[in-house]
Design a protein around this ligand. Structure first.
Ligand code: C2E
Ligand code: CA
Ligand code: CA
Length: 694
């Protein structure tokens, strides 16, 4: 049977109350008994006192009678008043005896009762004889002598009985006192017994409360506290199988615990995902940046040095091309494992995007520790050389200066990485001040570029694109920047800066506006080719604004060619937006050309996803095609591919008559390069057909 705690407590309280009530009742009872006993003793004492009074009266009577009779015998004359007084005294003695004799107390011991009765009887016998003696002595003093022996006998009998009564009374009082003492002892014993029972019951109840209620509640409270403070709970919730209030509480706490644990582990998972890269399990950029700024702050106190390694996988794009996405992912995972195996516990390896990794190293002795880590990484990457896909990486290292921000440190490491790459990949470079000059130059250029449009430092050059028979099909607009102090800055330098500083959309708009204004003056069949940076596609209105610009300048959209590099169409999360923009432009009649075809990402998969109108073969292939058989194969195959897919093919970087002749022979649709024409500010003289050799 399962009883609730409240029932048990009620039962226990009743169990304590019962002996308490018994105790009380016994106290009351014993009190009454003791009261009775005291009353009894009092009564006996009162009787004793009555006997004393009778004794005294008896003695006085005896003396008075003795005196009067002796006087009567000797002189014969006793005043009458004295005889009357004696008679009255006898009468009073009898009355005194009656008072005592009339007490009907049944509680008196039988012996005493009998003794009292006999005393009363002896008194009743004595008083008439006394009276007779007094009467005789008054009338005839000679009658005293014969009456006297009877009087003395009655007196003696009375005294005997009185002595007996006194003895019996003494015994009765002694017995009553003994009874009262025994009663007292019994009462004390009973009180002690009941108090003991109450104390025992209370102790049992307290022990039970402690073991069954307080202790479980304390441990449940401890679990809740540990749980709230997010400390390990360590034990399971007790009393789960108990069918009482503690069991209910324990089950409630356990369910709450489980629900919260599930919620917390989901939260931990969410936190982990928010701060880690799903592919490699490494910390992501967010966690990396947080940790970097935290470590930089900490290093100010501890004096340790924070060193940042910026790492790029070499040839990742070609790994992707050769092995597909799965192969690329595998290479990234292996690289992550490799790096994690080289660092110490206090260091942090993160994947901060694409094929970029970073390591935060905390060590007091630099550059020794960084060199040690680089050696370990080099050994590990060398060990992969025999694998199908070797893991190679370029590394830039920067050691934080005091008070340096995370962003600045990362820039320095990136500069060193850039240098490592340009020094021939699979190498590592430490940042030094010569690189700093490059950094500050870049940031200066970034700032100056902001004012370049308003300061009239930007202009466009137009490079002709010709057909094999020498007619000019159109011009590609190429941006030029003449810096006020530094002179001409190549677009390969400042376009990435414009992209990095968020200025590319504004500049791209200026290019389109300026070029369309020029194209409006060209013959209507001549196309205008514009280069679009991948970052311009972040603007969802790009297609609309280009179409608007063309309309404003009176250039029909079918004269526009948009050159995009493959990296634009590969922008992972913007892929859809890029395709939408390109489709809108294509639908409006513009030609979409893939620039620098053959470099970069997987070309063929891109062609499958979006239908380009044109391919521009990268000038590196054209430059090499007459001396390098694979390049020749690529150029020839690309031209064939274009034909079969209905795309026109442009060869870039045509510098010689030989190249031109070969490209013509292979059936290339259009040609561009210094041999046809350099980029020029003014092209008006070229809009007539040009003479081409061969
Ligand atoms: P791109 O689109 O591949 O442009 C062709 C580049 O090849 C131009 O370099 C041009 O001057 C150069 N070139 C043309 N013919 C020959 C040749 O026969 N031999 C050699 N060696 N080079 C030749 P440029 O003007 O320095 O432009 C470099 C890159 O800058 C362009 O490559 C393009 O990606 C980017 N760019 C230029 N203008 C703009 C622009 O307005 N917007 C955007 N987004 N990018 C631009
Ligand atoms: Ca181009
Ligand atoms: Ca190109």
């Amino acid at each position: 049977m399962h009883l609730s705690i409240s029932t048990k407590v009620t039962v226990a309280c009743t169990a304590v109350l019962l002996p308490s009530l018994l105790l009380l009742a016994s106290w009351l009872h014993i009190g009454a008994e003791v009261g009775d006993a005291a009353g009894h003793i009092g009564h006996l004492t009162e009787l004793l006192r009555g006997q004393d009074r009778q004794d005294a009266a008896q003695r006085a009577l005896r003396l008075s009678i003795g005196d009067a009779t002796r006087l009567a015998e000797r002189h014969g004359t006793v005043p009458d008043a004295q005889w009357r007084a004696l008679s009255a005294e006898l009468q009073a003695f009898r009355a005194l005896n009656n008072v005592t004799a009339n007490d009907p107390d049944r509680a008196l011991p039988p012996e005493l009762r009998i003794a009292l009765a006999r005393t009363r009887a002896a008194t009743l016998a004595f008083v008439p004889i006394g009276k007779e003696l007094v009467d005789i002595a008054r009338i005839d003093p000679d009658g005293i002598k014969p009456t006297m022996p009877r009087f003395l006998d009655a007196l003696k009998a009375l005294e005997t009985e009185r002595t007996r009564t006194r003895d019996a009374m003494g015994r009765a009082i002694g017995d009553a006192a003994d009874d009262a003492i025994a009663l007292n002892h019994r009462g004390t014993f009973r009180a002690l017994l009941s108090a003991g029972a109450v104390i025992l019951a209370l102790l049992v109840m307290a022990l039970w409360l402690h073991l069954r209620v307080i202790e479980p509640l304390t441990s449940i409270a401890g679990i809740l506290r540990a749980f709230r403070a997010d400390r390990p709970v360590g034990q399971s919730v007790p009393c789960l199988d108990r069918q009482d209030e503690v069991g209910d509480l324990a089950r409630g706490v356990s369910e709450y615990h489980k629900a919260m644990e599930a919620q917390r582990s989901a939260q931990r998972r969410v936190d982990f995902l928010a701060h880690h890269d799903a592919l490699t399990g490494l910390p992501n950029r967010l966690l990396f940046e947080n940790r970097l700024s935290h470590e930089l702050l900490r290093a100010r106190r501890t004096g340790e040095k924070v060193t940042l390694f910026a790492i790029d996988l070499d040839q990742f794009k070609s790994i992707n091309d050769r092995c597909g996405h799965a192969g690329g992912d595998d290479a990234l995972r292996r690289a992550a494992k490799l790096l994690s195996g080289c660092v110490r516990a206090s260091d942090l390896v993160a994947r901060i995007g694409g094929d970029e990794f970073a390591i935060i190293q905390i060590a007091p002795a630099q550059p020794a520790a960084a060199e040690g880590l680089l050696r370990r990484i080099a050994r590990a990457t060398d060990a992969t050389l025999t694998a199908d896909v070797p893991i190679q990486m370029s590394i830039g290292v920067a050691i934080a200066a005091p008070d340096q921000s995370g962003g600045d440190l990362h820039n320095l490491a990136d500069m060193a990485l850039y240098r490592a790459k340009s020094d021939g990949r699979n190498t590592a470079r430490f940042f030094d001040t010569s690189l700093l000059e490059e950094v500050s130059l870049r940031s200066r250029l970034g700032r100056d570029l902001e004012r370049a449009i308003d300061a009239n430092q930007l202009h466009l050059a137009y490079q002709p694109i010709a057909t094999p028979d020498g007619r000019i099909a159109g011009f590609e607009a190429l941006l030029r920047w003449t810096h006020i102090d530094l002179g001409n800055i190549p677009p390969d330098v400042f376009i990435p800066i414009a992209e990095a500083t968020g200025q590319i959309s504004r500049i791209g708009h200026w290019v389109a506006d300026t070029a369309m204004a020029a194209a409006a003056r060209w013959p209507e069949h001549m196309h205008l080719a514009l280069n679009l940076s991948p970052l311009q596609f972040r603007d969802a209105e790009l297609a609309g604004s280009l179409i608007d610009l063309a309309a404003r300048h009176g250039v029909t959209t079918d004269r526009l060619e948009m050159e995009v590099t493959e990296s634009a169409t590969l922008l992972d999360q913007h892929r859809h937006a890029v395709h939408t923009t390109l489709r809108r432009l294509q639908a409006a009649g513009a030609i979409i050309a893939m620039d620098d075809f053959g470099t970069g990402h997987s070309s063929l998969s891109n062609l499958k996803e979006f239908t380009f109108d044109k391919l521009k073969i990268d000038r590196s292939f054209v430059a090499a095609m007459l001396s390098d058989a694979p390049s020749a194969v690529i150029v020839k195959a690309t031209i064939g591919l274009g034909k079969s897919l209905g795309m026109s093919i442009v060869a870039e970087g045509v510098e010689t008559a030989e190249q031109l002749a070969q490209l013509r022979e292979w059936g290339c649709d259009q040609l561009q390069g210094y041999f046809i024409g350099r980029p020029m500010r003014v092209v008006d003289h070229l809009i007539a057909p040009v003479e081409m050799a061969g």
